[in-house]
Design a protein around this ligand. Structure first.
Ligand code: ADP
Length: 352
């Protein structure tokens, strides 16, 4: 698999870890890549998506044509990058991975498009953050596999049509709603990734533990899965953290008790909420009588970035029914009050 990067050191390391986002490589990335499923069998859950993809992939192979462009959306860590890699493996093609913020200048996107070979996959993460110019370069590239380039200035300017090989664009986003409609319309398939069930996450935990040589019981895996917020990336991080506790404080093996005690120490509660999630709910309850309150106000009060709150904290709090989104802002639900052990304000005691 080919990787786009300006960094020589990164190129070398990437050879050992085939899928890497282009602009950064951190320890977390190395860890993630070492446990990333490469085929449909090891990609757990998302059954409907896998079934659909198997048919689409088989049809493309039989026709001898490249795949349609695809868009995957959903909260971070649910497996959008991973499924793109699985598709590449199954099709036996290269995947080039980049993300919209690193495609700021026209030459960034042109360079990548010109480097593609027939059938290859271009994966653009955070595709909702593409700027207008990059989007406009992408339209003819996606639709007609051509690049429209202007040479010369004003009156002498000429438009050059450069043919591109037939490639497949896979876009990923946490915010499908922020994609412009012309761009969205150019994807042949749009799919939302779902949060994972506890059983599915327990399988993710068992698989990761197997790869990392961590000793764990099925009950231990389930205890970690329950607190993983429906997200494989979190399940993988937690199994590693719990394993550290198991080695230092216990006999190295993770069972239900070890998992629960370690996660309590890490302040991850039985819903998988961490300190930031609880601070968010407490803030709305204590300072704004349970809401509604605007997202900017919440972010400022918590000294957090609006995007982090919207992309990382909120989706799970909404899905778990602890938080509600209203036209006037965010509100803590009765379940949210209950979860924090607070008294639910009743309609009768309201002054209005
Ligand atoms: P996203 O691109 O949606 O942010 P990733 O594809 O990077 O998420 O997935 C994050 C991590 O979670 C990966 O390292 C991978 O190991 C794990 N993961 C994601 N989806 C699955 C899955 N369906 N089965 C097993 N592990 C998964």
């Amino acid at each position: 698999m080919a990787i786009i990067s300006d960094d020589e050191g990164l190129e070398k390391r990437v050879k050992r870890n085939p899928i890497v986002k282009s602009e950064t490589i951190e320890y977390d990335n190395l860890f993630e890549n070492s446990i990333r499923p490469k085929d449909f069998d090891s990609y757990i859950g998302q059954t409907a998506l896998k079934e659909t993809l198997k048919i689409i992939l088989e049809a493309a192979k039989r026709r001898g044509k490249p795949l349609d462009h695809m868009l995957f959306y959903g909260p971070p860590g649910l497996g959008k990058t991973t499924i793109a890699g699985v598709i590449a493996t199954q099709m036996g093609v290269e995947i080039k991975i980049t993300s919209a913020p690193s495609l700021e200048r026209p030459r960034d996107i042109i360079g990548i498009l010109m480097s593609l070979k027939g059938g290859e996959i271009l994966f653009i993460d955070e595709i909702h953050r593409l700027n207008k110019v990059a989007e406009e370069i992408l339209y003819p590239a996606m639709e007609d596999f051509t690049l429209d380039m202007t040479t010369g200035k004003s009156q002498t300017a000429k438009t050059l049509r450069v043919p591109l090989p037939k490639f497949t664009l896979i876009g990923a986003t946490t915010k499908a709603g922020e994609l412009s409609s012309p761009l969205r319309d150019r994807f042949g398939m749009i799919h939302r990734l779902e949060f994972y069930s506890v059983d599915e996450l327990a399988q993710v935990v068992m698989r990761t533990a197997g790869i990392l040589d961590i000793s764990i019981t099925e009950e231990g895996a389930k205890a970690i899965a329950k607190r993983s917020r429906g997200t494989p990336r979190i399940a993988n991080r937690l199994v590693k953290r719990v394993s550290d506790f198991a080695i230092v404080k216990y006999d190295g093996k993770i069972d239900e008790t070890v998992a629960n005690e370690s996660l309590d120490i890490l302040k991850i509660d039985e819903f998988g909420l961490d300190n930031t999630d609880r601070a968010l709910l407490s803030l709305i309850i204590d300072k704004y009588d349970g809401g509604p309150v605007g997202i900017e106000t919440i972010a400022a009060a918590l000294s957090e970035d609006v995007r982090t709150i919207e992309d990382v904290c909120e989706p799970y709090l909404l899905q778990a029914g602890l938080l509600q989104r209203t036209p006037r802002g965010r509100k803590v639900s009765p379940e949210g009050f209950r979860h924090l052990g607070r008294i639910i304000p009743s309609m009768q005691t309201s002054l209005f």
